[in-house]
Design a binder for this molecule. Structure first.
Ligand code: ZN
Length: 136
């Protein structure tokens, strides 16, 4: 999904990173499962590291040679493992910058629109929620 047509005629774009017009969410019913999936994936990777075969494990998980050749730090790899595991459980929310509607992902590339009372954008995703740490 790179863009969604809003009922007002505007376009919601998902082409920049970070995108101040987008958020990701995890349904409360999936929260524990997403944490468990991420923890298990990281634990499996750490077991492969201890066994001296992290590259083999990563290839078996579908990571490409290009990825392996990036020579990422352990923190970056673990971050990617967590992001990949959690992504399976997350949905997107995009704000229309024309009318303020929110498009909430309700299924695989299926969106439901919600319009704010004011009928204009309020930028709910512009400011960080907090808890940010610097890079690694
Ligand atoms: Zn709109």
């Amino acid at each position: 999904m790179s863009r969604i047509a809003c009922p007002c005629g505007g376009l919601m774009r998902d082409t920049t990173v970070p995108n101040t017009e987008k958020a990701q969410f995890i349904k409360d019913v999936d929260l524990d499962a997403s944490r468990v999936a991420a923890s298990r994936r990281c634990a499996a990777y750490l077991e492969a590291v201890v066994a001296g075969a992290p590259a083999e494990w990563m290839r078996a998980q579908g990571f490409t040679e290009d990825y392996l050749n990036l020579n990422l730090s352990q923190a970056q790899i673990i971050d990617d493992l967590i992001a990949g595991a959690v992504r399976r459980f997350s949905g997107d929310i995009l704000e229309c910058t024309t009318c303020g509607r929110l498009a909430v992902e309700a299924g695989c590339n299926r969106f439901v629109f919600y319009r704010p009372d004011a009928g204009e954008p309020v930028g709910p995703f512009v400011e960080p929620m907090g808890g940010h740490e610097g890079g690694d």
